[in-house]
Design a protein around this ligand. Structure first.
Ligand SMILES: Nc1ncnc2c1ncn2[C@@H]1O[C@H](COP(=O)(O)OP(=O)(O)OP(=O)(O)O)[C@@H](O)[C@H]1O
Ligand SMILES: [Mg+2]
Length: 463
């Protein structure tokens, strides 16, 4: 679907429509408008609509009724509900009816955009790949998996820069796929038939770094019985990937900077100046800007390396990638281990979503391997998971799995979220005066207190 996403805004207040339209148009959406449900259906008859944002309280046909009608026509169309203080019950009802998500009025710009983007992604991915969301274009070949917007942005960057020999800095926590991306950048480039040389800067003793990078001449130091080319020379014409660049000592940084800037260097103990042409990719899980501030990393080198920056997001920031990654790894380890595991049970998947993944994709990969090896049933159950991953209760899964149980728990979670959100905002607006908040929410004080207790919200007593 190359065309722009078409969003239908349904609200009886022209001002609200105007605000929403302006925000969404800035996100390069085509915006269609309707003042109530009846008009919305008419617009839908005449246009392709990818996402609906609808108010709940409207004359003629309200949002709930519209949602039911839309469900009858196209149950997969993401339907975002605008809820206000008087409509808690209706909003909860809408989530139960399968609304995609909700936005509580008054909303923050970012809040709206986050939800809208999520909906567009869902609409577009489904349109793109009938078999469900998949990996973007060229990155497919390298099996870099990711359907999240963060990973799609990474893929877009890879595609953009792979063709030119630009210097790239990869950052991200351990296990987020930096090395995988470095290989992809090389493989996608015009240099793919040229050498790809990786150096793990953290693994080389500091007194050997220079000779590793630049090579040495016979007799340069005790033990140098022959001459040896360094990694820069070996990578000539291709890609040099300096991994863990944050670890190289300061004195070496000067020499590295020169080699990068002038494309020249000398072997240790050598007099000849050598010239090479390499495409440089560096990676680190350190915050280099902080190292610069702390004086352990040269600022000029940092800027030289940071021509294009690709940040690999931690897994915990993109739980929506978990199902795809799991399927990918289950398939891989089934093959390797001669097993036939079908996947994860929804409850197990829910645990994966709640877990914080300090070791990111590498940790997930190891976990799937163990599970595929040891699982008793056809599917990986919560009891197959290590204790720290299984965790205890809390948090709700982020998106529904195809499974009805997971769907149910998603609806329950969403309904709870909409209530909590509205009650929270009402309480803040009323300076935590429960009586006034209840009035605003159009429910009794008693039932507000019950809901607050159920949701674990504390009543703040006025002084
Ligand atoms: N998006 C992804 N899709 C598929 N596999 C991935 C993805 N990200 C990471 N992996 C896998 O996870 C493991 C760790 O990835 P990689 O070695 O690239 O991480 P890293 O960021 O370089 O980690 P470190 O900083 O610890 O070296 C690898 O086996 C890699 O194939
Ligand atoms: Mg690495």
């Amino acid at each position: 679907m190359a065309e722009r996403p078409q969003v239908l805004i349904v609200d009886d207040e022209p001002n609200m429509r105007r605000v929403l339209a302006a925000l969404l148009e800035r996100e390069s959406c085509e915006v269609l408008q309707a003042a109530d449900g009846v008009e919305a259906l008419r617009v839908m008859d005449e246009n392709v609509v990818h996402v609906i944002v609808a108010d709940l309280r409207m004359p003629n046909m309200d949002g709930l009724e519209l949602l039911k009608r839309v469900n009858g026509r196209d149950p997969d169309l993401p339907f975002i509900v605008l809820t206000a203080h008087g409509t808690v019950d209706a909003a909860v009802e809408a989530m139960k009816l399968g609304a995609f998500d909700f936005i509580t009025k008054p909303f923050e710009k970012d809040e709206l955009l986050a939800v809208a983007r999520k909906a567009m992604r869902s609409a577009r991915l489904d349109a793109l790949e009938p078999g469900g969301p998949g990996v973007a274009g060229d990155s497919r070949r390298h099996r870099i998996i990711g359907a999240s917007s963060q990973m799609q942005a990474v893929f877009a960057l890879i595609e953009k820069v792979a063709g030119s020999p630009t210097t790239v800095l990869l950052t991200g926590e351990s296990g987020t796929g930096k090395e995988l991306v470095a290989r992809a950048l090389h493989a996608e480039s015009k240099l793919s038939r040229q050498p790809y040389i990786r150096v793990n800067c953290a693994a080389i003793p500091r007194e050997l770094i220079e000779s590793e990078f630049f090579g040495y001449e016979k007799g340069a130091f005790t033990g140098a019985v022959t001459s040896k080319p360094g990694r820069f020379e070996l990578a000539d014409g291709g890609t040099l990937f300096l991994d863990e660049i944050g670890e190289i000592p300061l004195e070496m940084q000067v020499k590295l900077l020169r080699a990068i800037q002038e494309h020249e260097f000398e072997r240790v103990g050598g007099l000849r100046t050598l010239r090479v042409n390499v495409r440089l990719i560096t990676a680190t899980n350190k915050d280099l800007q902080r190292s610069v501030a702390e004086g352990t990393f040269r600022e000029d080198l940092y800027y030289r390396l940071n021509v294009v920056h690709i940040r690999l997001p931690p897994l915990r920031e993109r739980p929506e990638d978990l199902p795809l990654l799991c399927a990918h790894f289950v398939e891989r380890f089934n093959e390797r281990l001669g097993r036939r595991i079908e996947g994860f049970e929804p409850e197990a998947m829910a645990s994966l979503r709640r877990y914080h993944w300090p070791g990111n994709v590498r940790e997930l990969e190891n976990l799937v391997e163990r599970c595929v090896l040891f699982a008793d049933g056809a599917r990986i159950a919560p009891s197959d998971l290590p204790e720290e991953v299984r965790g205890v209760g809390g948090g709700a899964p982020d998106a529904a799995d195809a499974d009805p149980m997971a769907l149910k728990s998603r609806v329950r979670a969403a309904a709870e979220r909409v209530e909590r959100d509205l009650i929270d905002k009402a309480l803040k607006l009323c300076d935590h005066n429960v009586t006034r908040a209840a009035k605003l929410l159009r429910i009794s004080r008693k039932s507000l207190q019950v809901k607050m207790r159920d949701l674990g919200l504390r009543e703040i007593k006025e002084t």
